[in-house]
Design a protein. Structure first.
Length: 305
């Protein structure tokens, strides 16, 4: 179990998986200040025992709020089990996602269809009691105010949370991998992808006055402007390259598009510094994002405005 404290009041708990490259990838954030305890994205069911042990090691006897950035299995799948350990915890979730967390049968079915064996490793999505889940904005506890922002680019039920000068991003700005050499950033645009919504969400959080951004995948950064400038640049670059290939005709070749991106994309410029297993993981998710953009252009061509 790895626990890091990047700044006062803030702790990251690693939730590594027994899958190739799935280290420095999943985590849960714990925020503690003046008696208030928050957990952001508890992770999948399989790693809830790791998170519970970490919370015990930190001496925590209660959780006030569990904040879900979105309901994908790797971020929220184990929330119901965590609530069993902390039955007074209130889960904050986008209203579009809450019903799926109360009755996760369809969400679990979709996760298994989309992720295959990865979903099985994560574990079946646990139901959250209806009385434990809801939505508030803002969330006010004592002197603390948590601002909630709807950011539906990566998923329609995606939220970001700002506490003081700290912003919990989920996947609105993509994926970070911690490197001494600089910023590695990879976009997260799975199908269904809508460019205008994704860009609007990214621009919304880029306009916030914060000094630290905490990624759902993975870690945190203080070079906030660089993160958002790179993310916006990456979005436009990927769109341009995917559109170029789409307009050239023929079938989708995610590998060919990815090769083009590795040659000139600002966010991927440090790809070569990633460990080999992480490179493999990142390619898989990148190809998925390429498919999301390809489908967007094909849909646009089929239904011109």
């Amino acid at each position: 179990m790895a626990i890091h404290q990047p700044m006062k009041n803030l702790t990251i708990v690693d939730l590594d998986q027994p899958l190739e490259g799935f280290r420095n990838f999943l985590s849960s954030w714990v925020y503690i200040k003046d008696g208030l305890t928050l957990v952001v994205d508890p992770g999948p069911r399989s790693t809830i025992p790791v998170l519970v042990d970490a919370l015990k090691d930190m001496g925590l006897k209660k959780i006030d709020y569990i904040l879900l950035t979105h309901i994908h299995i790797d971020h929220a799948g184990g929330t119901g089990v965590l609530v069993e350990h902390f039955p007074d915890a209130q889960v904050i979730c986008h209203p579009k996602g809450a019903k799926h967390m109360i009755d996760p049968a369809k969400l679990w079915e979709g996760s298994r269809k989309f992720l295959g064996k990865v979903a099985d490793v994560y574990g079946e999505i646990a139901a959250i009691p209806e009385q434990n889940i809801g939505y508030q904005n803002p969330i006010e506890v004592g002197n603390e105010v948590i601002r909630v922002f709807e950011t539906p680019g990566h998923a329609l039920n995606h939220l970001c949370y700002q506490i003081g000068n700290v912003l919990f991003l989920g996947e609105v700005a993509g994926i970070n991998y911690p490197l001494d050499e600089g910023l590695y950033l990879r976009i997260a645009t799975p199908p269904p992808f809508i460019y205008e919504i994704y860009k609007g969400s990214l621009e919304k959080v880029a306009a916030l006055d914060v000094s630290h951004v905490c990624f759902g995948h993975y870690g945190y950064r203080e070079d906030v402007k660089n993160v958002f400038d790179t993310g916006l640049n990456q979005l436009e670059n990927w769109m341009a390259i995917v559109e170029k290939h789409c307009n050239a005709g023929g079938e989708l070749s995610e590998d060919r598009i990815y090769e083009d991106l590795l040659k000139n994309d600002r966010g991927l410029s440090l790809y070569g510094y990633l460990p080999a297993d992480v490179q493999s993981r990142e390619k898989i998710f990148s190809l998925n994002s390429i498919r999301g953009m390809w489908d967007y252009f094909k849909e646009k061509d089929a239904n011109p405005a």
